[in-house]
Design a protein around this ligand. Structure first.
Ligand code: GDP
Ligand code: MG
Length: 441
């Protein structure tokens, strides 16, 4: 199988694909963009390596530069790395009362974010939330949470002076159970930097509360330091997610990528201001664009790819009307089918194609089959693709072998090409460009 794949790959590079030099040049710029966006060096290095492997050999879209194309690949990869399986906004808060522990450095936005999340849970999910400040270090820290609570209509644990954080956590737990709360949130004291005494304190609180979620709140403007913080907290306390604050500022969000890469923990929310509703669930797409600072290029590349598809469709239309439909046409069709969600997606868009859909269903066409068919076509010479009627036994054998398949499979493909050719011709004449063109847009 891998031989077959690398064979396909070889042919691709020969046909206007991204060369290694193209990719290298473009990636040099991307590396600068990543570092400027505060992505940490080792993370940037690994990331570039992964993209380099993915990009080399990809077909270049007409009307954009190879560099722009690489940026698009980078953007998609960024999105991929930033997107986990999880739904970032869905906190695990079943089994009431569910404890949520908020941790992070001082001034990162823990207290503000605690209240923002409480408000969100109350308003969007109808949860009864109790908030408790465990910050016995900073004067007026407890009052700060209490004021926010009054403002958003969420209860706070009554303040008892002289209590230690573990005692407050225990009282919050009891109060949450007795009071019938769904969730209780523990807002811990911050620290200016990773500090053993305060770490031990958070650890003790974690052990009595046994939190369902431990959210690390970090300032999105602190860049590389944020990664270091995340690594430390995750190792010592074990976090379940990250909230990036101050993303309303001009930080470029590279910390998001680094933190995800280093801890493997999802970014859950993004803070976008001081107000209580300035909190959004994390959107990988947006941050990816922001990290690259190249949202416009990504849009341009997407547009160019669309334009190319329309141009291709129009060119094909003209050929179909003249009754021409060779293996190159079939290959393009097959590739488009894969893009549009397989045969069904494609045919659903074409008027009058239900009959063919039934035939195809009978043949059991799926993505794997599409890929095999494309491999067969790739295994043909230029001449054979343009004139499939010249295929006799020895050519057929060679082609099938090159794609690692049986001649019977190739015969099926040839039959399909003839049938589709007939149908395309009819449709082309019927609609004089109208219907099929519409269907292909
Ligand atoms: P803590 O020490 O971690 O509890 O941090 P605080 O919640 O007290 O926040 C410190 C400061 O940052 C406050 O002035 C907040 O209003 C501000 N802040 C918190 N989150 C955001 C945010 O997403 N954007 C902006 N612009 N300011 C924020
Ligand atoms: Mg605080």
């Amino acid at each position: 199988l891998s031989d077959r794949l690398s064979g396909v790959f070889d042919r691709l590079t020969k046909q206007g694909a991204l060369s290694e030099d193209d990719v290298k040049t473009a990636l040099r710029e991307v590396r600068v963009a990543l570092l400027e966006a505060d992505v940490s060096l080792p993370v940037a290095r690994d990331f570039i390596k992964a993209v380099q492997e993915k990009a080399t050999g990809q077909a270049v879209t007409k009307s954009i530069t190879p560099g722009q194309q690489v940026v698009k690949i980078v953007h998609d990869e960024l999105k991929h790395v930033l997107t986990g399986d999880e739904d970032p906004g869905a906190l695990k808060i079943d089994n009431p009362p569910a404890p949520i522990l908020m941790v992070g450095l001082q001034g990162g936005g823990k207290t503000t974010t605690t209240a923002k999340i409480a408000k969100r849970l109350k308003e969007r999910e109808g949860k009864r939330v109790l908030m408790a400040s465990l910050d016995v270090n900073r004067p007026a820290a407890m009052e700060q949470l209490q004021i926010l609570g009054t403002q958003i209509g969420v209860d706070t644990l009554p303040i008892v002076k002289g209590e230690d954080p573990v005692a407050i956590a225990k009282r919050a737990k009891t109060q949450a159970s007795l009071g019938g709360y769904d969730v209780y949130m523990l807002d811990t004291a911050g620290r200016l930097s990773i500090d053993e005494e305060l770490m031990a304190q958070v650890e003790a609180v974690r052990d009595v509360a046994n939190p369902r979620e431990t959210l690390l709140v970090v300032d999105g403007l602190t860049g590389q330091d944020a990664v270091h913080t995340a690594e430390n907290f995750d190792e010592r306390i074990g976090i379940t997610g990250v909230v990036l604050t101050r993303m309303d500022g001009d930080g470029r969000g590279g910390a998001a990528l680094s933190m995800r890469a280093v801890t493997g923990k999802p970014i859950r929310f993004v803070g976008l201001g001081e107000k209580m509703d300035a909190l959004e669930t994390f959107e990988p797409d947006r941050i990816a664009g922001r990290i690259l600072g190249m949202g416009d290029i990504v849009a341009l590349v997407e547009k160019a790819q669309q334009t190319l598809e329309v141009e291709q469709a129009e060119r094909m239309m003209k050929r179909f009307q003249k009754g021409m439909f060779n293996m190159n046409d079939l290959k393009m069709q097959l590739e488009q089918m894969m893009k549009m969600g397989g045969m069904e997606g494609m045919l659903a868009m074409m008027p009058g194609a239900q009959k063919m859909q039934k035939q195809m269903d009978g043949a059991g066409i799926d993505d794997r089959m599409l890929r095999q068919q494309i491999a067969l076509i790739n295994s043909m010479t230029k001449k054979e693709r343009a004139n499939p009627q010249i295929l006799q036994a020895s050519r057929k054998k060679r082609i099938a072998k090159g794609a690692g398949m049986e001649v019977s499979e190739l015969n099926k493909l040839l039959k399909m090409q003839r049938q589709m050719g007939d149908m395309m011709k009819k449709m082309g004449k019927m609609g004089k460009g109208g219907m099929l063109k519409q269907a292909m847009k």
